[in-house]
Design a protein around this ligand. Structure first.
Ligand code: FE2
Ligand code: FE2
Length: 338
């Protein structure tokens, strides 16, 4: 993409230094601030502070990587799904996640990021993706619990992002959220079916719930007091709610669903707080979150390794497409000249 962009250490390509008169800079900054204050969108053509652009590139890239890496834990079950119906549903779901990754890489490109560069940062471990996808999926109940918890958590996170201040990101989220809501329902429907099945199937569901509950709560990130960049992101209206607010929303949404399903959430401190009108719940193990983010989760090496192999094995497709495009351009040039 943008040939003027050169890589910088944090993944947000540098733009050539704008040489603006200080007065002009103040004018642009004021216009940007007013746009944000009025809750209007910033578009790719608009001037934006460098920090805003870099924060967005980092967040959107991480989000895109999460969608793509997130195909793996469930993708493992496509060949082993218990029926044709389950296979078709799972196939569609995993394919949707690939689509989400593509919308998001495109949104990052509108900010001057280079897709190839973002992919390299992911497979070299220089850019992160959601910690949740580093946990294994040993049983088919995991497919259901991922849909229910992980896509449910994604909905809590992403619905407010539909009002994010950056236009292309906000618009991508509108479509993504519609699909996430289907993902959550397919997961819950699968679990409902299993809960109506045998004792063994019910035990599988409970076991998967026990394993995924805490990692799902960690998906919202560190507690607010340890999340120093959140305040700036909220001031820029990239983010609309704090990590702890979203975590609370997820718990309040999930508890009644667990009751209806007939499973227990593995938290002895979980109870309704009449005064707050919300649930109290235990503190996730944030040292585990940090460890998994830093690369030491149960499946980090496997996930990134598989993505790296896929990228290497796809090299010939990218080369062939580039060669075809070059040939096409030469032909058009010749026709023009004739
Ligand atoms: Fe997704
Ligand atoms: Fe999803």
């Amino acid at each position: 993409m943008s040939s003027s962009a050169s890589p910088s250490p944090d993944g947000a390509a540098e733009r050539p230094q704008e040489r603006l008169h200080p007065q002009e800079h103040t004018h642009l900054q004021e216009h940007f601030d007013r746009t944000i204050a009025k809750d209007q969108r910033i578009e790719p053509r608009d001037w934006m502070p460098e920090g805003y652009r870099k924060t967005l590139v980092r967040q959107i890239a991480q989000h895109a990587h999460s969608e793509i890496i997130g195909m793996q834990p469930e993708g493992d079950w496509i060949t082993r799904a218990p029926s044709l119906r389950r296979k078709a549903i799972l196939f569609a779901k995993v394919q949707d996640e690939a689509g989400h990754g593509l919308y998001l890489y495109s949104a990052a490109e509108t900010l001057g990021a280079d897709r190839q560069d973002l992919t390299e940062r992911l497979i070299e471990g220089r850019q992160k993706y959601s910690s949740i996808f580093n946990y294994p999926t040993p049983t088919f109940a995991d497919v259901g619990v991922i849909g229910w918890f992980v896509d449910g958590a994604a909905i809590c996170n992403q619905v407010p992002l539909c009002r994010s201040s950056y236009g292309p990101y906000a618009r991508a989220m509108v479509r993504v959220c519609k699909e996430e809501s289907f993902h959550q329902r397919q997961g819950y429907e699968l679990l409902m079916t299993m809960m109506r099945g045998t004792e063994e199937q019910r035990a599988m569901v409970q076991d998967a719930v026990d394993r995924w509950w805490w990692p799902s709560l960690m998906m919202f990130g560190p507690p607010d007091e340890d999340s120093p960049n959140s305040a700036q992101s909220m001031a820029w209206r990239i983010k609309r709610h704090s990590n702890d607010e979203l975590r609370q929303k997820f718990v309040d949404m999930t508890v009644p669903q667990a009751e209806k399903l007939g499973v227990t959430l593995p938290d002895p401190e979980l109870r309704w707080n009449e005064e707050r009108g919300q649930h109290d719940f235990g503190r996730p193990d944030f040292t585990e979150l940090m460890r998994v983010i830093k690369g030491d989760g149960p499946c980090n090496a496997e996930r990134v390794g598989r993505r790296r192999t896929a990228h290497e094995e796809g090299a010939w497709v990218r080369e062939a497409a580039a060669a075809h495009a070059a040939k096409q351009a030469r032909r058009e040039e010749k026709e023009h000249a004739a």
